[in-house]
Design a protein around this ligand. Structure first.
Ligand code: PBG
Length: 327
């Protein structure tokens, strides 16, 4: 028998063979679409750094939610941008706040067709742009424990407004446990927490800060988000969140952190989402606009790679386009 006896190319020869032997699938039902809802605008405002995306009005967010549901995505992840910001971010738990109105409107339109997930953080609501309340005059730092108190209020108000799931993204210690207790005390034992358990202090959030208007006015987030150099730390973060009652885990960002996705999935075997963040989207779209990459094939490859690394769900700004391509 001459070499080669085994020819790996046999299973690659036709589309039918390739499809049959693909190890990873990518379907619209694997995708979650982030949406930005801004108070007091009268028509959608394009986000320059994220071509194809807008800051939505109540009306346009519902329309977009309807389109996404028709495409079969798993869910939408809602971010609110209030008209009024203050030091504590009080609009975040206002029952008539922009995100609460958005949640009600989306649920009314979509019912249980897709998951309506509320991002739970303070940076879009505070005037200083940090993810929690500040203390200390000389060098202000985000004060962990008083912030937890506020997260608890936000969780209860978001769920009262109809959120199917809350997704705390502020990276405060103990946030999952605090939110779980608050939801349970409010009779919402059945509402899941999708925890941004492992979230890095990443440069790839740049475009999002234009979209959500939540950039820190001073300083950065490195005292609460993780150092990109670490992975053992992520496993500790995930272990803590599971202990505190997280139902599912987010790793964020996705593409520069696929090793983290893999490590988390292997170690815990927990439902895991990866957040393919704004900068990952913008890079790809910018290269495509220059004619340097084919957007469709590059985006589908990137999303498939995130699934291959172990993500059950991918939160992505490519959700709408990818769902349409995959239809
Ligand atoms: C804020 C938040 C951020 C993102 C999601 N929630 C920004 C940040 O932490 O600075 C980034 C998402 C993206 O870049 O797509 N808690």
């Amino acid at each position: 028998m001459g070499y080669p006896r085994f020819r790996p190319r046999r299973l690659r020869a036709t589309p039918a063979l390739r499809r049959a032997f693909a190890e990873t699938s990518l379907d619209p039902s694997d995708l979650i679409a982030p949406l930005f809802l801004k108070e007091s605008i009268s028509s959608p405002v394009p986000i320059a750094a994220m071509p194809g995306h807008h800051q939505h009005t109540l009306e346009s967010v519902v329309k977009k939610g309807r389109e996404l549901a028709s495409l079969g995505v798993a869910g939408v992840l809602l971010f609110g941008i209030p008209a009024r910001k203050d030091a504590e971010g009080t609009e975040a738990w206002n029952s008539e706040g922009i995100v609460q109105r958005g949640l009600r409107a989306l649920k009314e339109e979509l019912g249980d067709e897709v998951l309506v997930i509320a991002d739970l953080c303070l940076c879009e609501y505070t005037d200083h742009g940090h993810c929690g309340v500040l203390s200390g005059d000389e060098v202000p730092t985000v004060d962990n424990d008083p912030t937890l108190e506020l997260y608890a209020r936000i969780a209860v108000s978001q769920v009262a407004a109809g959120a199917d799931i809350v997704a705390p993204s502020g990276m405060m210690d103990g946030q999952v446990g605090t939110i779980r207790s608050a939801l349970d005390a409010a009779g919402r034992m059945e509402t899941p927490i999708l925890s941004y358990a492992t979230k890095y202090a990443s440069s790839f959030y740049g475009p999002f800060r234009e979209a959500a208007e939540g950039a820190p006015r001073e300083g950065d987030r490195r005292a609460y988000q993780q150092d990109p150099a670490n992975v053992d730390e992520s496993l500790r973060e995930v272990a803590l969140d599971i202990e505190e009652g997280a139902d599912a885990i987010i790793v964020k960002p996705a593409l520069p952190y696929l090793d983290v996705v893999r490590a988390v999935k292997e170690r815990f075997g927990y439902p895991t989402a990866a957040y393919n963040v704004s900068g990952e989207y913008s890079m790809l779209v910018a290269a495509a606009e220059k004619g340097w990459l084919d957007e469709r094939s590059a985006a589908l490859e990137a999303l498939t790679s995130i699934r291959r690394a172990g993500a059950d769900l991918v939160i992505t700004y490519h959700a709408e386009k990818a769902a349409a391509w995959l239809a």
